[in-house]
Design a protein around this ligand. Structure first.
Ligand SMILES: [Zn+2]
Length: 466
């Protein structure tokens, strides 16, 4: 059996992955807060952990892997939208309007991530369905002396776990107090103490609890849901490296204190962030866009996925239009090469070896390039599918729907030759504009005319172009 090596944030080394139970390999990944469309950066962990999920299924068998990714549907931004709708006269209770907003956003999320070829996790728990389990865990933490109630809040007492707190991200509690922006509140015993439960007023959704009507803090949901669905010890915990502190530190503190005999997660994986054209993506820089925006502009989901896979998950990834164009050209070539071919019985060993080496997706793509240049279409197809590429249901964008592009190129070439004589180029311009509008790149040289499908090529737009 292939040995997978993974870089474990907890030990800061690349380790052989040894599952607790090879018949049930368990992975938990922190999912999105569902208040709006996912931006491109949100999609990175989805693709990274989808590749790991596919690799685990490949090595251990699809029925022996359990992947859980949560939806955070308790959040002030969701509340704000729901409250605005209620004040505008929408029907239903605030809790119902919150749920309506979350349902809508979850639908968008699953659609957009599906377009990137991400398999749906086995379980996608929503925080609001696990409130009872969170309350039980908080009560347990209070009973064990790791949490305390103050002014309607319940806080985790960091001092009760002082020697362990901060180990994942490699800092001491004193360093954290000095360096972090912590919310100072008079009822906190230590400024690093974090909220497990907080009170809700009438304008906020809330649930009855031993501490009054309120709602859970963010961190407790992952501890409660991972325990409920995967047990007190599981294999892999993943997320973006922006979650390492405080979110993951707090998850560890809660889970290990509530279940002192469990290990919580053995292997911690963190992906690096995403940039756009060399800059951090932000609304103020005007380079902020969602996955939906890109899909809408005609960038195929498979192309986005390919660009992501070119960079190792522990390195910052730079999204550029140039990379997207090149990825599209490569995929178009590979799709043409593998059209009508049955995939080989197994993927190329070199592709699996690259992935098993801490998800070296760039190395795996290099192997795919090699297979393509060797003309081994069947192995290329089988290997690409381990990476979630060249899947049959993701290729509609690359189809020319039987349109004969060379006939169009010949027509433009003929019209151009006539225009050279008459000096009237209006017909050339008209045709060229129609081809560009269909997403074709028009290359004219003295040797002739070539029409190349570009980003967003839509064969249906060529109907009626005469
Ligand atoms: Zn989490």
């Amino acid at each position: 059996m292939t040995t997978i090596k993974l870089h474990n944030t907890r030990t800061r080394t690349k380790e052989d992955f040894v599952p607790i139970d090879p018949d049930n390999v368990r992975m938990y990944v922190c999912g999105p807060t569902v208040y709006d469309r996912a931006h491109l950066g949100n999609a990175r962990p989805v693709v990274v952990f989808d590749v790991l999920y596919r690799l685990l299924r490949h090595v251990y068998g699809p029925e022996h892997v359990t992947y859980v990714r949560n939806f955070t549907d308790v959040d002030d931004k969701i509340n704000a939208t729901a409250l605005a709708r209620k004040q505008a006269g929408a029907e239903g209770t605030l809790e119902q309007l919150v749920q309506e907003r979350s349902d809508e956003t979850i639908g968008w999320y699953l659609h957009d991530m599906g377009a990137l070829g991400a398999l749906e996790p086995d379980q996608m728990p929503r925080a609001t369905r696990y409130i009872d389990q969170m309350i039980a865990m908080i009560e347990d933490l209070i009973a064990k002396g790791h949490a305390y109630e103050a002014e309607g809040h319940v806080l985790f007492a960091v001092d009760s776990w002082r020697d362990e707190y901060g180990k994942l991200s490699g800092r001491s509690v004193d360093d954290m107090i000095a360096g972090a922006r912590v919310e100072v509140a008079p009822y906190k015993k230590n400024p690093m103490d974090f909220v497990l439960w907080k009170p809700s007023d009438d304008e906020l959704p809330g649930w009855e609890s031993p501490w009054g009507r309120g709602r859970p803090g963010w961190h407790i949901e992952c501890s409660a849901m991972s325990y409920e669905l995967l047990g007190e010890s599981f294999d892999i915990h993943g997320g973006g490296n922006d979650l390492m502190f405080p979110h993951h530190e707090n998850e560890i503190a809660q889970s290990k204190c509530a279940h002192p005999h469990g290990e919580f997660a053995r292997y911690w994986l963190h992906n690096e962030m995403l940039q756009v054209e060399g800059k951090k993506m932000s609304k103020s820089l005007g380079n902020f866009f969602t996955v939906h925006d890109l899909l809408d502009q005609g960038v195929p989901g498979e192309v986005i996925r390919f660009v992501f896979l070119q960079t190792h998950y522990r390195k910052p990834m730079d999204w550029t239009e140039k990379k997207a164009r090149e990825a599209e050209a490569t995929l178009r070539k590979w799709r043409a090469l593998t059209a009508g071919i049955e995939p080989a019985a197994s993927a190329a060993p070199a592709v699996i070896e690259a992935l098993a080496d801490d998800l070296n997706t760039a190395g795996a793509l290099a192997e795919l390039h090699r297979l393509a240049s060797d003309g081994d279409a069947a192995t290329l197809l089988a290997s690409a599918r381990v990476l979630g590429l060249l899947e049959p249901d993701m290729g509609a964008w690359a189809e020319t729907d039987g349109v004969d592009l060379s006939a169009h190129a010949d027509r433009l070439s003929r019209v151009r030759a006539e225009a050279m004589q008459t000096k009237d180029f209006s017909e050339v311009d008209r045709l060229k504009a129609a081809y560009l509008a269909a997403g074709l790149e028009v290359r004219m040289s003295k040797d002739g005319v070539e029409l190349v499908p570009g980003a967003g090529f839509d064969a249906s737009r060529l109907e009626g172009v005469e």
